[in-house]
Design a binder for this molecule. Sequence first.
Ligand SMILES: [Zn+2]
Length: 386
Amino acid sequence: MPSLQTTVEGNTKLVVPIDSLTSEIPPRNPAFFNPNARVSRDFSIIAYKSYVKNLNEKSMADAFAGVGARAIRTAVEIKELDQVYINDANPIAIDMARESSKLNNIEKKCTFSVNDVCKFLIEHSSKGSRLGMIDLDPFGTPAPYIDCVLRAIKDEGLLSITATDTPVLCGIYPDVCTRRYYGRSMNVEYGNEIGLRLLLGLISMVASRLELGIKPLFVHSIRNYLRVYVRVNVGSRYAESMPSKLGYIHHCFSCSSRTYTNQTDHHKICDICNKPMRFAGPLWIEKIFDPDFIDEMLYSINDCNVDKKCYKILSLAREETNMPPTYFSIDKISERMKATPPTMSTMIDRLQSSGFSATRTSLRFTGFKTNAKYNEILDLFRTLVA
Ligand SMILES: [Zn+2]
């Protein structure tokens, strides 16, 4: 066994490698634990707590469990769950997860396995052995595992999936993105929203091939983690609806205007400055936040021991549920206009009092969403900084 230490996260004691608490970048060997991903795990606890009551089969699996931080927390903090499956290919990591389960007296509800992730998921792919909730949190891209994870989830189950190949999804490597996610990314200030929509796009495309449909419930983007929570439904009716949820986002790199469409049109011209626009997609163009589920999460948060940031992010997400895709950023606009940025609330008030809908966004601290066009936003911005 490597040098270990016990740390507490939420209401759970976790056995982790000492190095992962002291190094700036947590080492992958002998086992990986990232203390900075706490907020991401906090959101899992809130989401699973909100979702578990919908499940007949109260099971959760962490397919890339590592030392089990998310899975052990889930087993301890979601009392309603009957069974938590904790899998990783690294036996040292699973030994630590087992130690943590003993420390928290939850061995009985945990099933441990040391297996390749797809082999583990295939074992849960036949009728009767599928799972209620599955988390997929690989190093880098989840793209190679989407088929396996969709086959292992029950009808009306919940999938949570992480992607950390952010340079690919957020537009630094659009060609790599096309082959991994079947859609092109774009390097713009709202690149993380495009990345989340590309990930949802891939999941929905694979789902429809497997006679399944998905519904996004919640997404977040914290540091280099892009995460999505989706409900999965079995049936051709759901699968058939998937293509209509996909589309493209067009961006004008000359004037920063953007539009979205569910039509394939790669030669769009900007209606503000007449320059050719560039596109991202195909990607998920429909809603990425479900207002009812976020209300549930805001309710459940009272029973969860989580970071204060979670409430703030959920409240922002609740506001933006009905807003169109893509956000604007007040610092980017100020940079372009060579002006000191007004406060977010001043900008939003001005948009609303001019008859537009406008909200902040949970995806960027200095971002806002509105149905105003870019030139209309600039006109209002000028009146604020004049
Ligand atoms: Zn333009």
